[in-house]
Design a protein around this ligand. Structure first.
Ligand code: FAD
Length: 360
């Protein structure tokens, strides 16, 4: 009977990070289970450059030092000379994380259950096979919870006529007025004629692709972009609640990625946080990392409850952006804001609804 050093459940960004960061420099035998064909997955992960992301600068696809947040009337532009907004594609991350010294065996199967047996685990897959490993890194995540908000989006990667986009400036949020939901367009201009245009909604229900497509087309039309070639699409649903599992009682079970609490629910950013989580696991004696600080979590919860109970058309986000400079804004988004920035954020929020949420 073969006992692997570790079993990774799910080869999303966090499972891949475990292979690279925790075992990449070892000669350990690792087994990974993934129920989907990850070669079909491709999307871009955005984040602001932080110290912990610097080791991955070589695989960053593009950096933007300027970004905007606004609507049809107002546009706030932020700049940061040393902490740009960056993107890494899933494909690049996958290739980077699979290039390691250790021996990784990948099974294209769904894990049905696992249980401890003496000092190792027995893992059962959907084809009724059994595997054994000393440690479990589990990234299966619950994406939906009744009555909770979701961030859901659909994007198209397009090629247009020359000089359509300003490739130096990213549109982080361009809010449009919709009935009772928060909607914005996100644009990653990779070059003067190639961009990812995404329609994003904060609501409890996910929509049909045609809904987001209509919003993207409306936006393109308003900006006189009528001729374009669609290269690819991406789609996602991210929980706007803390979706982590309870800390595992068995010290050799590690809940990772969104399952391990990496997502910042008010923004949907999870990629750089899950990398930080795996980096910290490397030196920690514990099987769980509290990636978001207590005060950040509290502020996130208040903000999400505010979004759940009030109609918000983007004005609070624009107001927040206009009260912060680029460095303060990115520090808040990456969970690194100081007390002064936090106070500025609280000051920017609509007072009465926030006080109500605080005392709920
Ligand atoms: C399209 C998209 C774009 C995003 N963009 C950004 C962004 O710009 N910036 C950012 O910070 N975050 C972004 N996110 C959020 C977050 O970074 C991602 O959701 C990320 O994929 C989370 O990684 P994970 O490893 O925790 O989970 P997942 O990526 O969900 O990986 C879990 C894996 O486990 C597999 N699995 C599940 N159950 C089983 C089972 N029983 N057996 C075997 N395999 C199983 C799944 O198939 C999946 O591949 C985005 C998310 C999506 C979907």
């Amino acid at each position: 009977m073969k006992i692997y050093k570790a079993a990774i459940i799910g080869l999303g960004p966090s499972g891949l990070a475990v292979n690279k960061i925790l075992f990449g420099d070892t000669y350990d035998e690792i087994i990974a289970f993934e129920k989907e064909n990850i070669n079909n997955r491709d999307n871009f992960f955005g984040f602001w450059l932080t110290d912990w992301m610097k080791p991955f600068e070589n695989i960053i696809e593009k950096k933007w030092y300027k970004w905007t947040i606004g609507n049809k009337n107002i546009n706030v532009t932020h700049t940061s000379s040393h902490k740009p907004y960056c993107v890494i594609s899933f494909k690049n991350w996958k290739n980077f994380c699979l290039e390691t010294k250790n021996k990784l065996e990948i099974k294209n199967n769904q894990v049905v259950k696992y249980a401890p047996v003496q000092n190792y685990f027995k893992i059962t897959t959907d084809d009724n096979k059994e595997y054994y490993a000393e440690k479990i890194y589990d990234s299966r995540s619950a994406k939906q919870k009744k009555d909770e908000l979701l961030q859901h989006f659909f994007g198209v990667y397009i090629k247009t006529a020359d000089n359509t986009f300003n490739e130096k400036k990213l549109t982080l949020m361009h809010f449009t007025k919709e009935n009772n939901i928060l909607h914005f367009i996100y644009i990653l201009p990779f070059s003067h004629n190639k961009a990812l245009i995404e329609s994003t909604v904060f609501s409890k229900e996910v929509f049909q692709n045609s809904w987001y497509r209509e919003k993207i087309n409306d936006y393109l039309k308003i900006n006189n972009i009528t001729e374009f070639e669609e290269k690819s699409t991406e789609k996602g649903v991210i929980p706007m609640f803390f979706a982590e599992e309870k800390k595992a009682l068995n010290a050799n079970i590690f809940n990772i990625g969104i399952r391990g609490g990496a997502c910042k629910p008010s923004t949907g950013y999870a990629f750089s946080f899950l990398i930080k989580q795996i980096q910290l696991l490397k030196t920690s004696k514990k099987n769980y990392i509290n990636i978001h600080k207590f005060l950040d979590k509290k502020m996130d919860n208040i903000f999400i409850n505010f979004l759940k109970n009030n109609y918000e058309d983007g004005k609070s986000f624009i107001n927040l952006a206009s009260n912060l400079n680029g460095n303060e804004f990115q520090s808040f988004m990456m969970g690194e804001s100081n007390l002064l920035t936090k106070l500025k954020i609280i000051k920017s929020m609509p007072k009465l609804p926030f006080i109500k949420e605080l005392f709920k």
